[in-house]
Design a protein around this ligand. Sequence first.
Ligand code: SF4
Length: 468
Amino acid sequence: MKARESCGVVGIYGVPDAAVKVYYALYALQHRGQESAGIVASDGERVRSKKDLGLVRDAISRADLAHLPGHIATGHVRYSTTGAKRVQNIQPLVIEYARALVAVAHNGNLVNARTLRHELGERGAIFQTSTDSELIVHLMAGSRIADVKECLTESLRKLSGAFSFVIMTQDKLFGVRDPQGFRPLCIGKFKDGWAIVSETCALDLIGADFVREIEPGEIVCADSDGLSSWRFADEPRPKRAHCIFEHVYFARPDSYVFGDSVHMVRVGLGKNLAREHPAGADVVMPLPDSGNSVALGYSRESGIPFDLGIIRNHYVGRTFIMPGQTDRVEDVNLKLNVVKESVRGKSVVLVEDSIVRGTTLKAKLGMVRRAGAKEIHIRISCPPICFPCYYGIDFPTKKELVAGQRSVDEVRKFLGADSLGYLSEEGLLAAVSGPPEDYCVACFTGRYPVACEAGMEDKLALESRVVS
Ligand code: SF4
């Protein structure tokens, strides 16, 4: 099983039929969440929404878009890291309080949610969902400040953790990034309007020009006065903590994230991997799809020919993914097959982005072995994942992570590989253009950049097991 991303968010302002743009942008961000999708649109007065479980194409039909008129819209694709997979939790959340109607789309995970929920509950707040994302609206509703911009600014200062928000009122669209900048969020421009999206690949699809990333700790607002921006985070600016896993696995290779091309970073990871862990092999091949760019880099640096030996069936949807450990092998067989001519009698370097539990990779390796590979050398484009993530990525607990309590050689034996090489932390951070200290690497090191409230590991472990 791969680690799963928490969400993708979109907002559009100043474009006729903004919901249609959001719909297509959500298609581009589908990789960031496949459990549910939603769109909320406003014509300046009325706010309408359509949300459901499933992929974008299942949750929202083209016919639904005709019932979402207006020049402002926001959308969300979700994989739940907090809050069970329930219909009430599908975002964008729409909540009306005394002074405003607010729609919220959130990517990330708060690390003081339990404390805030308790405090707000004591003051009489009644929660509609079990997600962290609702807290921002309750904080706004409880504020004495009438102006929505000032009220949002004050409320955001109480949040801690990872949050890239798109927030919509009847007549304004806001984009917000947490002070550390854990998750990406960027601004695009149309001739007469604005887009705010998780990844630049969504801007390409909807025909918006990339303007810039929203800065960590910044709020941008699109309204009838144009685009304005201000900071909510305290000065001096806190240390940045961009999630390096966006580059390793989550983001699409055709996106720019934290100032770098994701594809080019992955090619660099492959080159660094080849330098750190050479292999005397006949062929390099990726485990599709996230290993593709890395395998290309490994091949270029090592001179070992690149080949496509593992073919993915793109038509197997999540419908076929059954819960439980034992079904994962069948799941792999449904999704992947081996080109026997590419591996038979050969020594093969198999390139993968990361190992979480290890069971899926073990099954993939078994397929290649059965197809006749002589030797299998596994190369991983990040260090061993030994610690859970509290900032919006669904890794299992330390006990369930294959590297959580095993040495590299014990992981190799578990997988059944002839050799196993993980990229070092230095090799990982050398592939991005920003300073290494601007990245979060806590799932490899256990050094968490923002402290979490007590009991968070138990909370995440419990919620990842909740089935609706
Ligand atoms: Fe990303 Fe890992 Fe940090 Fe989570 S702990 S934000 S997955 S780098």
